[in-house]
Design a protein around this ligand. Structure first.
Ligand SMILES: NC(=O)c1ccc[n+]([C@@H]2O[C@H](COP(=O)([O-])OP(=O)(O)OC[C@H]3O[C@@H](n4cnc5c(N)ncnc54)[C@H](OP(=O)(O)O)[C@@H]3O)[C@@H](O)[C@H]2O)c1
Length: 311
């Protein structure tokens, strides 16, 4: 099969189009014929070798772990899916990924594709949807009426998170640059802080939840906008700063997203009902994975970048 893979860690130049064997199907695996895959920052972080101590990958390694496609085969222990089912998945990052014509994945990471969404739209959703859900719903306990600050609202995670928070009846503030102000307003943000013009921590106060997708000073300054003694900050980049948390009387946590087919099925319901719409900024052919990763690495992509595998 055709795949974009690497034989060593490095810059975008190590990404190569290769002909590799179709993946073997294990007991609980479904084999998905991929129609579309999406690009996430973790893909190029793996390519550069940042996570090599944590994930013991072997080469050649196929990158990317978000996909939508059609079930082509099932292992003998699979109970929930059949050949021909349209599905989407955040696949197992410890195994080969989805910049390819096929991926084998344990059925526990798979959910039925929302019927009203294209393969490209569905492929864009698993990682960002699961991350936003696990941060805002599972960790922060987001509820109706909460004031929620979502950093980088125009990015992959942020654009999903804004819609999720609005669907739960929250007041949503977000940060982005001038070019994306109208875009995040259209996603439902109630208040937008253009970070090129002003400091969000001077403009916002008494927030119940901050979702940090940036880290560094943005993370540390976010403690200032939280409601004292009650607020929650959840970061997907920074380990909790216990000193700041204690000083402000708030709860702080770090989240590393885990794949989960049942949770993905709940996200599929939100997509099917139209409460959340996929935000796809760019669709490129699989062969252009290198360009796609370079766009992601610019830190200024709008929404998701998707690779079309089967036209
Ligand atoms: N721990 C986990 O499990 C987990 C899960 C998912 C993602 N992540 C990490 O979270 C980060 C965000 O992921 P993503 O997929 O959303 O990335 P992304 O789509 O690449 O984010 C790009 C967006 O970030 C915005 N941005 C850049 N600098 C900003 C700033 N200083 N303030 C506000 N917005 C800014 C850009 O908007 P402008 O162009 O308007 O600046 C752009 O729209 C990545 O580092 C990723 O690796 C971690």
């Amino acid at each position: 099969m055709k795949a974009i893979a690497i034989e060593r860690y490095g810059g975008p130049e190590v990404l190569r189009l290769m002909e590799l064997p179709k993946p073997a199907v294990m007991e609980k695996d479904v084999l998905i014929e991929i129609h579309a895959a999406s690009v996430n920052p973790v893909d190029w972080k793996v390519r550069e070798g940042y996570l090599q101590d944590m994930l013991h990958h072997r080469f050649p390694l196929i990158l990317g772990w978000d996909a939508a496609g059609v079930v082509e085969d099932t292992g003998p222990g699979v109970t929930r899916f059949n050949r021909g089912d349209k599905v989407f998945s955040r696949t197992d990052i410890a195994r080969n990924g989805t910049y390819a014509e096929y991926v084998a994945v344990d059925e526990k990471y798979v959910a039925g594709k929302p019927t009203n969404i294209s393969f490209e739209g569905a492929a864009a959703m698993p990682l960002v949807g699961l991350t936003a859900w696990q941060a805002l719903v599972d960790y922060a306990g987001m509820k109706k009426g909460d004031k929620v600050l979502i950093h980088a609202g125009s990015g992959g995670v942020g654009s999903f998170a804004i819609q999720l928070a609005k669907s739960r009846g929250c007041f949503v503030a977000t940060t982005c640059s001038t070019a994306h102000v109208d875009f995040v307003k259209a996603l439902g943000a109630d208040q937008v802080v253009d970070y090129t013009k002003g400091d969000f921590s001077l403009q916002l106060h008494d927030y119940d939840i901050v979702f940090d997708t940036i880290g560094g000073d943005t993370y540390r300054n976010s403690f200032k906008v939280l409601r004292q003694q009650r607020g929650v900050i959840v970061s997907i980049l920074e380990q909790p700063d216990h000193e700041l948390a204690e000083k402000n009387g708030v709860r702080a946590g770090y989240l590393f997203m885990h794949p989960d087919g049942n949770q993905l099925a709940k996200i599929a319901e939100l997509l099917e009902s139209g409460e959340i719409k996929p935000v796809v900024g760019k669709i490129l052919p699989l062969e252009e994975a290198r360009n796609a990763q370079m766009m992601s690495q610019s830190h200024h992509a709008r929404g998701k970048i998707v690779l079309q595998v089967k036209g």
